[in-house]
Write a protein that binds this ligand. Sequence first.
Ligand code: TRP
Length: 331
Amino acid sequence: MSVQRVLSGIQPSGRLHIGNLVGALQNWVRLQEQYECYYFIADWHALTSQYADTSKLKEFVKDVLVNCLAAGLDPEKATIFAQSRVIEHAELHVLLSMVTPLSWLERVPTYKEKQSEVKDKDLNTYGFLGYPLLQSADILIYRADYVPVGVDQMPHIEITREICRRFNNFYGEVFPEPEGLLTQFPKVVGTDGRKMSKTYNNCVYLSDPPKEVEQKIRTMTTDPQRIKRTDKGDPELSPVFQLHKIFSTKQEQDEVAEGCRTAGIGCIDCKKVLIKNLFTVLEPIWEKRNHYLKKPDLLEDILESGSKKAREVAVETMLDARKAIGLGGLK
Ligand code: TRP
């Protein structure tokens, strides 16, 4: 059997943070060793909610690309591209829209949830309703076997599978049915203890300079009941400890937990261990970021040559899809 294909995308809707690193990028890096991987920057998806202000779009696309490379994605191993540079995604989106019942889109949980959650934007648009279908086109056009995503994206994989079956039923087996590869990872908490998210302003960004990372951790919330240095704490109530679980060794976790419970160490001592470990992960990333940021031409080349490679696959698939529907020429 030929090597199986993996596809995944990330929205350039803000700068990437350490939650994106451990939740997605590090997993993508592992997968590139084993599979034929296609990773893309979903710039059209970002437009579905940020159409009214596109002033930062270019900056965010660049940030995603630089971080992908800095985290270890290798353009020699994986195809890294921009969605909007492979316009066939849009064509497939149109074709899929013909067979997609409106009710399927309306019942996707992220649709109503996000509409009611996001108050500063008008998401009563056609583009926003069609978000999951555009994602289906992204996936099906590469005939991907696996789609690594977090649990929040599973409904989008599910609708993709349904659309896939429906299309194949009407027109013949054009697309294999993709599977979600659930990325098992604990939610990364932000500096205030809530889920790390740009809307909460509690992120440690990959683009933060070292001083700022240190400052953010130093001022992070801890167990709210441990007020004085002599108070005993409960590590499970401290977001700092949640980050230790991701970035520190088991031994260090045991030591800071014990120190917290017995008031043997202060919160700053505990945070210093976390800062050291975060720096160990981030230093090589910072170094590579600086390297790429000095080479805008190289970045443009990487994105364009990846997009060209992706386009070749997408063009092939569209020949089959058009032909199956009866749009493949008159002969
Ligand atoms: N919706 C995904 C997210 O927000 C991004 C995305 C767009 C995607 N198209 C995709 C992910 C296709 C996987 C496959 O995270």
